[in-house]
Design a protein around this ligand. Sequence first.
Ligand code: 3PG
Length: 214
Amino acid sequence: MEKDNVLEQLGKTGIVPVVVLEDCEQALPLAEALMKGGLPCAEITFRTDAAEESIRRITKAFPDMRVGAGTVLTTEQADRAIDAGAKFIVAPALNPKVVRHVLSKNIPMCPGTCTPSDIEGALELGLNHVKFFPAEPSGGLKMIKAIASAYVNVRFMPTGGINADNVKDYLAYNKVFACGGSWMVKGDLIKAGRFDEIERLVKEAVSIVKEIRG
Ligand code: 3PG
């Protein structure tokens, strides 16, 4: 279960900020705001050209931060993310080729799932930590609980449509190891350089985790 360790550690903070960075100059101020706010982790999505360099800068400046790459759709993107220092890889779906490739590099992989078939695909690949995506449109906590009743050892990271209100219910369920979301790191806040506001929203998110999980 070595490969799951980083994913299990994400459970310590309970929330994983899902970040889209358009400019790698924003990477370090963003990472500082996350650290100061109490969330030393992030999923930097490979949806922009700035993702790879942002991961490189953050992992160099903050080696203890649990920084992963998200929206990794190809083995080539996975290689670039891992080379930049990504400590875990997240994807919106379960692509066995990408999962096998990432695991072969001894890096944890958290693929997207939203059906029992997806879960069986993940189990077949030796995974028991999965993203549940897109969480709210796919049935939210009700759907996760229904799936989890059949696959008792699977742990979920719901992502998509989660916010400061509904995150409480997800965190209260013991099969949810962490929740992913962008609500505290919205693109407009990053673009406007409003890192104080990001830090405030991160602190608010951390206090919600404490309230629910103690
Ligand atoms: C995404 O697709 O960007 C992530 O799942 C985050 O979703 P959110 O913006 O609804 O939090």
